[in-house]
Design a protein. Sequence first.
Lengths: 112, 111
Amino acid sequence: DTAVSQTPKYLVTQMGNDKSIKCEQNLGHDTMYWYKQDSKKFLKIMFSYNNKELIINETVPNRFSPKSPDKAHLNLHINSLELGDSAVYFCASSQSTNTEAFFGQGTRLTVV
Amino acid sequence: GEDVEQSLFLSVREGDSSVINCTYTDSSSTYLYWYKQEPGAGLQLLTYIFSNMDMKQDQRLTVLLNKKDKHLSLRIADTQTGDSAIYFCAEGSGGYQKVTFGIGTKLQVIP
C-alpha cells in the first residue's frame, strides 16, 4: 500500500564509498524528486524528473547522479561519499510538476 | 533568491489552539503549502492555499494568508498530542520543483 517507498531507511557508510538509494512510487505519477534535509531540518530540492527526463538539477556536486529507469523509479547514486553528505534524503512524487507532492519516509545517510 | 522563514519552536497545551507563522519573500508565489513531518516519517501535505485566497479552512486547520505582508499562518484548533510534529511552510510559483521550504517549526503539545 505504500505510495512512495525508499530503501534503505538507514545507511551508514565510510567516507569514499559509493552508495545508492532507491525510490519507487506506485501512484502512477509523472514527476519524481529528491530532496536533502540537513541536520538543521532545512529541506532543499536536489533533482526533479518528469517522465524520466531531468527537469531540475540544483547546485549539487556531480558525485550525485540520479537515474530514472522508468516513471515509477528514481534512484540516487552517490560517489566518493563525504562527511557533509550526511543527511536525510527524501524522495517524492507528484502527478505533474504543478500538483502537491507525496513524500517517502526518508533515508538517513550517515557518513563516518 | 526566494526565502521562507519560520520560528523554530512552539509549545502549547493540549486543547489550546496553535498558531504557526511563516513569512516568505517571493511576491510571485502561486501556492503556499503546509507540510507536517512526524518523527521518522516523510512529509505529509496538510493543506495549501492559492495566492488569490485570504483564508482556507479544513476541519481543525485554518490557513490565513496576508499577501501584502507575505505572511502565512496555520492555526490548529483543539491541538492534540498527535499534532506534535515539525510543520514546514513552503511557497511555490507555477511548478512544484520551484517550491522553497522553510526550516520547519517544531510543535510540542503538552498533555
